[in-house]
Design a protein around this ligand. Sequence first.
Ligand code: HEC
Length: 88
Amino acid sequence: MTPGAASALDSLELQNVIAQCAACHGAEGIAKDVEIPNLAGQHDRYLAEQLRNFRSGKRPHKEMRYMSRHITDEEIEALAQYYANIPH
Ligand code: HEC
Protein backbone atom coordinates (compact mmCIF):
# COMPACT_ATOMS: atom_id res chain seq x y z
CA MET A 1 0.00 0.00 0.00
CA THR A 2 1.37 3.43 -0.86
CA PRO A 3 1.96 5.72 2.13
CA GLY A 4 -1.05 7.85 2.89
CA ALA A 5 -3.54 5.61 1.10
CA ALA A 6 -4.66 3.85 4.28
CA SER A 7 -5.30 7.07 6.13
CA ALA A 8 -7.06 8.57 3.10
CA LEU A 9 -9.29 5.51 3.00
CA ASP A 10 -10.32 6.04 6.60
CA SER A 11 -11.29 9.64 6.02
CA LEU A 12 -14.91 10.61 6.09
CA GLU A 13 -14.42 12.54 2.88
CA LEU A 14 -13.34 9.43 1.02
CA GLN A 15 -16.30 7.50 2.40
CA ASN A 16 -18.51 10.23 0.97
CA VAL A 17 -16.81 9.93 -2.41
CA ILE A 18 -17.26 6.14 -2.40
CA ALA A 19 -20.95 6.61 -1.61
CA GLN A 20 -21.27 8.77 -4.74
CA CYS A 21 -19.46 6.21 -6.89
CA ALA A 22 -21.75 3.50 -5.51
CA ALA A 23 -24.76 5.22 -7.08
CA CYS A 24 -23.53 3.97 -10.44
CA HIS A 25 -20.85 1.37 -9.74
CA GLY A 26 -22.65 -0.38 -6.87
CA ALA A 27 -21.77 -0.55 -3.18
CA GLU A 28 -19.44 -3.50 -3.74
CA GLY A 29 -18.06 -2.23 -7.05
CA ILE A 30 -20.46 -4.41 -9.05
CA ALA A 31 -22.69 -2.25 -11.23
CA LYS A 32 -26.35 -3.07 -11.74
CA ASP A 33 -26.52 -1.31 -15.10
CA VAL A 34 -24.92 -3.18 -18.01
CA GLU A 35 -23.45 0.05 -19.38
CA ILE A 36 -21.44 0.71 -16.23
CA PRO A 37 -18.23 -1.28 -15.74
CA ASN A 38 -17.60 -3.32 -12.58
CA LEU A 39 -14.72 -2.03 -10.50
CA ALA A 40 -14.40 -4.84 -7.95
CA GLY A 41 -11.21 -6.82 -8.30
CA GLN A 42 -9.72 -4.73 -11.11
CA HIS A 43 -6.01 -4.03 -10.79
CA ASP A 44 -5.35 -0.96 -8.69
CA ARG A 45 -2.80 0.34 -11.24
CA TYR A 46 -5.43 0.14 -13.95
CA LEU A 47 -8.14 1.84 -11.86
CA ALA A 48 -5.85 4.67 -10.77
CA GLU A 49 -4.73 5.22 -14.35
CA GLN A 50 -8.32 5.41 -15.59
CA LEU A 51 -9.28 7.89 -12.89
CA ARG A 52 -6.32 10.12 -13.73
CA ASN A 53 -7.25 9.89 -17.41
CA PHE A 54 -10.89 10.82 -16.74
CA ARG A 55 -9.75 13.74 -14.59
CA SER A 56 -7.39 15.06 -17.26
CA GLY A 57 -9.84 14.39 -20.08
CA LYS A 58 -7.44 11.97 -21.79
CA ARG A 59 -10.16 9.35 -21.51
CA PRO A 60 -13.23 11.37 -22.47
CA HIS A 61 -16.41 10.63 -20.57
CA LYS A 62 -18.84 13.25 -19.37
CA GLU A 63 -19.99 11.63 -16.14
CA MET A 64 -16.60 10.30 -15.06
CA ARG A 65 -14.92 13.60 -15.90
CA TYR A 66 -17.44 15.31 -13.66
CA MET A 67 -17.02 12.74 -10.89
CA SER A 68 -13.23 12.88 -10.91
CA ARG A 69 -12.81 16.64 -11.19
CA HIS A 70 -12.14 17.25 -7.50
CA ILE A 71 -10.44 14.06 -6.38
CA THR A 72 -6.81 14.26 -5.35
CA ASP A 73 -4.00 11.90 -6.36
CA GLU A 74 -4.06 10.46 -2.86
CA GLU A 75 -7.79 9.77 -3.12
CA ILE A 76 -7.30 8.17 -6.54
CA GLU A 77 -4.78 5.75 -5.01
CA ALA A 78 -7.10 5.00 -2.10
CA LEU A 79 -10.13 4.50 -4.38
CA ALA A 80 -8.11 2.21 -6.66
CA GLN A 81 -7.01 0.09 -3.71
CA TYR A 82 -10.48 0.03 -2.23
CA TYR A 83 -12.03 -1.41 -5.40
CA ALA A 84 -9.05 -3.65 -6.22
CA ASN A 85 -9.37 -5.31 -2.81
CA ILE A 86 -13.05 -6.20 -3.15
CA PRO A 87 -13.31 -9.90 -4.06
CA HIS A 88 -15.35 -10.55 -7.18
C1 HEC B 1 -23.27 8.83 -13.06
C2 HEC B 1 -22.78 7.46 -12.98
C3 HEC B 1 -21.34 7.27 -12.49
C4 HEC B 1 -20.79 7.69 -11.31
C5 HEC B 1 -21.47 8.47 -10.18
C6 HEC B 1 -19.43 7.20 -11.29
N1 HEC B 1 -19.16 6.52 -12.43
FE1 HEC B 1 -17.38 5.62 -12.89
N2 HEC B 1 -18.12 5.14 -14.74
C7 HEC B 1 -19.41 5.38 -15.17
C8 HEC B 1 -19.53 4.93 -16.55
C9 HEC B 1 -20.79 5.01 -17.40
C10 HEC B 1 -18.26 4.43 -16.91
C11 HEC B 1 -17.85 3.88 -18.29
C12 HEC B 1 -17.11 4.99 -18.99
C13 HEC B 1 -16.83 4.69 -20.45
O1 HEC B 1 -17.71 4.18 -21.13
O2 HEC B 1 -15.72 5.03 -20.88
C14 HEC B 1 -17.40 4.56 -15.75
C15 HEC B 1 -16.07 4.15 -15.71
C16 HEC B 1 -15.28 4.15 -14.57
C17 HEC B 1 -13.96 3.59 -14.47
C18 HEC B 1 -13.21 2.87 -15.59
C19 HEC B 1 -13.52 1.40 -15.48
C20 HEC B 1 -12.91 0.59 -16.57
O3 HEC B 1 -13.16 -0.64 -16.59
O4 HEC B 1 -12.18 1.12 -17.42
C21 HEC B 1 -13.52 3.79 -13.21
C22 HEC B 1 -12.18 3.39 -12.62
C23 HEC B 1 -14.58 4.48 -12.50
N3 HEC B 1 -15.64 4.68 -13.36
C24 HEC B 1 -14.51 4.86 -11.18
C25 HEC B 1 -15.46 5.65 -10.56
C26 HEC B 1 -15.28 6.23 -9.25
C27 HEC B 1 -14.06 6.01 -8.37
C28 HEC B 1 -16.39 6.97 -8.99
C29 HEC B 1 -16.64 7.86 -7.79
C30 HEC B 1 -15.69 8.95 -7.66
C31 HEC B 1 -17.27 6.83 -10.14
N4 HEC B 1 -16.67 6.05 -11.06
C32 HEC B 1 -18.54 7.40 -10.25
C33 HEC B 1 -20.42 5.95 -14.44
C34 HEC B 1 -20.29 6.53 -13.20
